[in-house]
Ligand binder design. Structure first.
Ligand code: VGL
Length: 375
């Protein structure tokens, strides 16, 4: 795929969208290893597709699977080996693809003279088409992600149809590592043709890192229960602090004022964190806590803390330090190596250490919010 230039510049290249739809084209047994029309390494896209599909779900988007669903006799088989006969094992989705996660399954090629390479020719059990689904989004700005098998046939045909069937509010995005071609040469030609028609070529890591696009999220907090004042308080640093953290920071301030630390947070749980938390959501939360710093109220509360003898615990010098020292920036990123989110920050120990509790508790909170929604 060396000739294909992946568009990537570390910026939100395509900006923010109102909605996202992913189409997994024909990820079926007959197109994978052991199938009658096997595409080399066809099944290797399954984890890539699933990663994208979960991210789409997390963003309240729509997951669509298409499938070839041919009759036993069709003129289509004059050109191709018999494949994906409706109801056969070869027509089943490849192991690892869970049809239950799809919002819609579109079957195509059901007529006896119908090739139906394009997903736009598919219909659901209740007779919906891909065009219907896109039209239902009205004037919303929609990101339409295309993955699947095979790049040089059904994927290409679906992607090009998407361009001719949609208006300017739909961006068509091909996820190049979540698709495979029958042959590498025709696959590369197909990708260039897509690019020439205005289809964006990106990798699944580009999508998961939210560097190419983000989706406007509905607020995930139990918003109805949170008043505007309480919402404001959620950005308080002390919302996540215990007394111990202040004592530690005070110690660092007094005795190790120049010591720098780097904090890196990896998920140690056995669930993939990114299935539950949005990278963009976390980043913007940490950015807003960072911009705001300690509030007046928080500082005066800390100033008022007294020990059992009635003396102030924290010195004026320390309070002044808290008031005037910004928290370092936090970087939330997708690490393709571990296929999950990594969070890091670095700076002077006395101030940086606050992030430890803030990050841990916010990630946990967001994880459980996501958990309650995903399940
Ligand atoms: C396909 C050849 C024949 C595909 C379908 O899904 O790309 N290729 N039928």
């Amino acid at each position: 795929m060396e000739k294909v230039e992946i568009q990537r510049n570390g910026e939100l290249l395509l900006g923010e969208f109102d909605d996202v739809i992913v189409v997994g084209v024909d990820i079926q047994n007959d197109f994978c290893e052991g199938g009658s029309l096997a595409i080399p390494d066809g099944a290797s896209i399954v984890p890539k597709f699933n990663g994208i599909a979960k991210w789409v779900k997390l963003n309240n988007g729509t997951v669509i699977l298409t499938r070839d669903w041919h009759p036993e006799k069709t003129t289509h088989f004059d050109q191709w080996p018999v494949h994906c006969v409706s109801g056969s094992r070869g027509a089943e989705f490849t192991p690892g693809i869970d049809p239950g996660m799809a919002d819609l399954i579109l079957s195509k090629g059901m007529g006896s003279t119908e090739d139906a390479y394009s997903g736009f020719q598919g219909r659901s059990a209740d007779n919906q088409t891909l065009s219907d689904v896109i039209k239902q989004r009205g004037s919303k700005r929609v990101a339409l992600l295309i993955c699947g098998l095979a790049t040089d046939y059904c994927v290409k045909s679906t992607a090009l149809d998407a361009i001719s069937n949609t208006d300017g509010n739909v961006e068509v995005i091909a996820v190049v590592d979540a698709m495979k071609a029958v042959s590498e040469d025709t696959g590369n030609i197909a990708l260039s043709q897509m690019q020439q028609k205005g289809i964006h070529l990106v990798t699944s890591a580009d999508i998961l890192s939210e560097k190419v696009l983000s989706v406007h999220r509905k607020v995930v907090s139990p918003d109805a229960l949170v008043s505007p004042e309480a919402e404001d308080k959620l950005e308080d640093i002390s919302y996540d602090l215990d007394y111990y953290k202040l004592t530690m920071s005070n110690f660092a301030f007094e005795f190790e004022p120049d010591t720098e630390v780097t904090l890196t947070f990896h998920n140690r749980g056995n669930q993939r964190l990114m299935d539950y938390v949005g990278i963009g959501n976390l980043q913007s939360l940490f950015d807003s806590i960072q911009r705001r710093g300690f509030s007046h109220e928080e500082l005066s509360y800390i100033r008022g803390l007294r020990n059992s003898r009635g003396n102030n615990i924290f010195s004026d010098a320390y309070l002044e330090y808290l008031a005037n020292t910004p928290l370092p920036k936090v970087n939330v990123r997708y690490d393709p190596e571990i296929d999950d989110v990594v969070i890091d920050t670095a700076g002077i120990w006395a101030i940086t250490s606050f992030w430890e509790t803030i990050i841990m508790s916010r990630v946990n909170e967001m994880y459980f919010q996501g958990y309650m929604r995903v399940i």
